[in-house]
Structures are given as C-alpha cells and as structure tokens.
Design a protein around this ligand. Sequence first.
Ligand code: AKB
Length: 316
Amino acid sequence: METDTILITGALGQIGSELAEKLKIIYGKNNVIISDIKNPEDVDYDGIYEVIDVLDSDRIKEVIAKYNIKTVYHLAALLSGTAEKNPMFGWKLNMDTLLTFLELAKDKVIDKLFWPSSIGVFGPDTPKDNTPQNPVQTPSTVYGISKLAGEYWCKWYKEKHNVDVRSVRFPGLISWKTPAGGGTTDYAVDIYYKAIEEGKYTSFLNEGTYLPMLYMDDAIEAIIKLMTTDESKLTEFKSYNLGGLSFAPEHLTAEIQKHIPSFTISYESDFRQAIADSWPSSIDDSETKQDWGYEPKFSIEKMTETMLDNLKIKLG
Ligand code: AKB
C-alpha cells in the first residue's frame, strides 16, 4: 500500500483514538499525525501529537506544511446532545472547520478528506425502518442540520472542484477504549460501564427506542475500506448509509444479563428522547454494499461479550 502522510483531527475522541492505532499499523507510526485541543502533557499516545484547535485555520495550515500531510480525517465535531445545548458553537465548529478542509483540498494542499456524517441527517419525516440512501431528509437538530449541510458541501466541492472527499453516515458507535461524549446514542456505551461499576443503569432513552448502532471495529473497517476504494467506484458524493445493528435499551439489558444476571435497568428520559424519536430505527445500506462492499461483522451478542470482557479489565 502506498504511504501517505495523514492528519486526524479530534483524534482523542471515541473514533479518533481507535482510528489512529489502525492507521499506524497500516501506514507506519511516523506517517500518522494526531491532533486535538489537549495539552501534550495530558496526552498518553505513542506517536506524533500536535495541538490543533480546528477553528484556527492558520494552525491547521502550519501542521499540514510541517508534515506534508496529504490525507485528513476530520473528526473534530460537536455531537447531537452537546450541539443542541450550544447551537451557535455547534454550527460554527461543525461547519466552518469542514469548509476549511474542503478549501485546502480544492487548492490541492491536501489530496483526500474523510469527514463523518451521521444518521442525524434524517428527521421525523424520513421513513424510520430500513431508511434508504436518499429519502426525505428533515433534520430537527442543529447537529443534523450541520451534517446535512456538510454533506451537500462535500457534493458541491466534488462536482465543482473534483475534490476527493469521502463520508459515511455513522449510527451510534459502541466502544470501550474511549468513552463517547455528547451524543444521543451514548446510552449504549454508558450502559456497559454502569453494568460493571454499579450493576444497574438509568437510561436517558425510553424502553422501545430502537436506533441504528455499530460496534467500533466495524466502523473503523468501514472508514478504511471507503478511503482505500478506487475513486471511480464511488457514486454517492454526499455520504454513504451504514447499516449494522438495530436495538432498543431493553435488548442490551437482556444481553448484559446473560453475563451479569443481577443487572437492572430503569428509565428516565431527557431531552435526547425527542432527538432519538426523530431518527431512524434501522438503515438500508444496499448502495454502500454495492459500491464498496462494506460488511459489518459484530452481532449484539459478540459486541456485548467484547465490551464486558474489555471493560472488566479496563475498570479493574
Ligand atoms: C450522536 O448520537 O450524536 C452520534 C451520532 C449518531 O451521530 N453518536
């Protein structure tokens, strides 16, 4: 595989921390530059770390020039819950920074960009079950509006300036290495921590709230597969649907109880219930499969086993 110098923004987050490790294996430690806003003294990472506030485009350009970066995975963003509480900052962070990287790609400073979209682009008027690639999209959150606008910007830069920007619509992502932060689907991560730490969990989403979800290993595989697919095979220039799992809190509870029989759940929904209610329950990703052969591997059973085994070690 050809060597590429890579920058990951928001790299200390849930996706970035796992993507960085995988990319280091593929491209080599010195070809993967990770960045985030934390001071280096507070970062435990085996590799090259740079402090970047993604709203500072001069700093981005400085780091890109320093390492001759050609590919960017731009992950820094505010998720649905946090953006809803801080709408103007959510819009600015999610939108301005995407445009910075699209402009850099247009000007040929970088060659390739990955940018995650989300099931947040769908809304209450979108068909809920097996949501297709291009249904009616009426997002009702700041996050969803920013992701939908971002998708159309990606398409515009591709069509007008032939920018190589690639994107997937992530569902809820479940992982144990780095906690999720600020999303509506976060309950599906928190529940595992609390199952081990306290043997019980109060869910901020109600029983019966089905959402599309994916285990992190499958999400990372999807990113890498999309980014290494021949550009000529890609036909969707906004963002690709990703299917995977679909479940409600009671299904995770039942799975956890197979390992921790005394585990209990209670329900106290908050403002995120309305967000979840506006999102799909399951996703149709047939166009994704057709274009670049994405195939997730983790079932709810395998995911639960992996989460509990690893968190037991991590949490001591
Ligand atoms: C969120 O809940 O905001 C994210 C997402 C589905 O994009 N996990």
